[in-house]
Design a protein around this ligand. Structure first.
Ligand SMILES: *Cc1c(COP(=O)(O)O)cnc(C)c1O
Length: 458
């Protein structure tokens, strides 16, 4: 999920949002400083010419407090030590401590964190890796980039997460790993997933790229499986611009990840004869010192922001749950905290006079509420066919396994299709950093659209 920071005129954002529903989801359609003047709200939906519920700006993201942050970042810039060094060590130490995990390696981004972790977990050509259908493209791209084949598991629309009931049916003798994704920052059902994984001897790599500080039974997500990956991309709850991390309690695994991230040169337990030089196949994924410095500064605010998101999400959920046609997310019983990278709910068209989701999103944005329709089904996009046609895939797999129509057939996820195409609506995390009165605006806007649904042209 990436967010642009441009300012749109009203016409531009209506035009922009006509793109929603066709594929990529990049903008929430409402910028911070839209609608300067304040007038009374009316019962006519803003999309039909009425006054928007909300005229006030939303908080800007990422948050940078010049007064307290400029100097510390400048110190790093002025030092001239820009390549990986002590600041990065410190960021890794603090992130590991924050999560309650033994080790952390910071890298260039979450996507490459996933690739590196998979490679060092010995996943590659010929292997099958289970992924939820409802995720960001990076999860699947990471699997394909190792040469392994992604197998899509359908989701539970109530939680938006991988459906544990549907995992075992997708396990074959080639299945080596599962990537539970804590999508939207809501924890996946890890206790069930760990039980299934143990039974079938699967490696578990948690994609926690949206789930900073989320918890299951007071244990941070990303620290429950064999390894966990995080993203610090600009839109994420801990933003650096770009950045990522691999965490694990397995020293030897993180040592190998470190070596891999530095051309395969010796590190920790990855060591050979003195003077032997580079020891294993590696690449370069090193994060810079100024990125780590930003990470340390943003980390200071993360806990408080996470608490705030949880409070506001709970408040908003309780308000909107009684609006007919709106079904908010459900958290699993053992979830003790969520990250709320996004606040999701399902929109039920029949309760809104048959209004399409696309129109609902336009109407909500016209009321001054940032929102998006979320992901499109990832198991149906052309990149899969492209990957299957690459030289490496054609050498690693039989023609039978690369038969695209069979693959498509076996990877259908009807629940995910409906969620993506008809039901899912997201409110971005930065909106949850506001006050209760701002949550009330979101509630009133939804209520107003429902009550005025017959006035909105379909
Ligand atoms: C953002 C994200 C990634 C990739 O992280 P980048 O830092 O953008 O490469 C992977 N998985 C999920 C679920 C994400 O949201």
């Amino acid at each position: 999920m990436e967010k642009t920071n441009h300012t749109f005129s009203r016409r531009e954002f209506v035009k922009k949002n006509s793109l929603l529903g066709v594929g990529t989801v990049l903008s929430f359609g409402v910028s911070g400083d839209l609608f300067a003047c304040v007038t009374n709200s009316s019962t006519i939906p803003a999309l039909s010419g009425g006054t928007p519920v909300r005229e006030k700006a939303w908080l800007k993201w990422p948050n940078w407090d010049s007064k307290t942050m400029d100097e510390e970042l400048l110190k790093v810039i002025r030092s001239g030590v820009w390549s990986r060094s002590g600041i990065t060590d410190e960021f890794e130490k603090q992130w590991a401590e924050t999560l309650g995990v033994k080790r952390c390696l910071a890298v260039v981004n979450g996507t490459n964190a996933l690739i590196a972790a998979l490679v060092q977990l010995n996943i590659g050509g010929g292997d099958e890796v289970l992924v939820p259908a409802y995720t960001f493209i990076a999860t699947v791209a990471a699997v394909l980039n190792t040469g392994a084949m992604p197998i899509f598991v359908d989701i539970d629309p109530q939680t938006f997460q991988i459906d544990p009931e549907k995992i075992e049916a997708k396990i074959s003798k080639r299945t080596k790993a599962i990537i539970p994704v804590h999508i939207l920052g809501l924890p996946a059902d890890m206790p069930r997933i760990m039980t299934i994984s143990k039974k079938h001897n699967l490696v578990v790599l948690e994609d926690a790229c949206q789930a900073h500080l989320a918890e299951i039974n007071h244990q941070k997500v990303g620290t429950i499986g064999d390894a966990g990956c995080f993203s610090f991309q600009n839109s994420k709850n801990l933003p650096i611009g770009e950045g990522g991390a691999i965490v694990s309690n397995n020293d030897e695994f993180i040592d190998r990840c470190f070596s891999y991230n530095n051309y395969g040169n010796p590190f920790g337990s990855v060591m050979g004869e003195v003077g032997a030089g580079t020891l294993m196949l590696g690449t370069k994924l090193r994060i810079t010192e100024y990125q780590s410095a930003i990470g340390l500064l943003q980390l200071r605010q993360l806990k408080e922001q996470t608490e705030k998101r949880n409070e506001n999400a709970d408040y908003l959920k309780n308000k909107i749950k009684d609006i007919r046609g709106i079904v908010p997310y459900k958290l699993y019983d053992h979830v003790t905290k969520a990250a709320f990278h996004l606040f999701p709910f399902r929109f039920i068209r029949e309760e809104f006079e048959g209004m399409s989701k696309e129109t609902f999103l336009k109407a909500l944005q016209a009321e001054g509420i940032p929102c998006s329709g979320g992901y499109s089904p990832l198991n149906k996009m052309p990149y899969l066919k492209h990957a299957f046609g690459t030289k490496n895939f054609r050498k690693m797999y039989s023609d039978k396994r690369l038969d695209y129509s069979t693959y498509m057939e076996q990877n259908q996820c009807p629940e995910n299709d409906r969620l993506c195409n008809e039901e899912a609506v997201w409110i971005p995390q930065y909106a949850l950093l506001s006050e209760k009165a701002d949550m009330d605006d979101i509630f009133h806007a939804i209520e107003k659209i429902r009550n005025g649904a017959n006035k909105i042209k379909q």
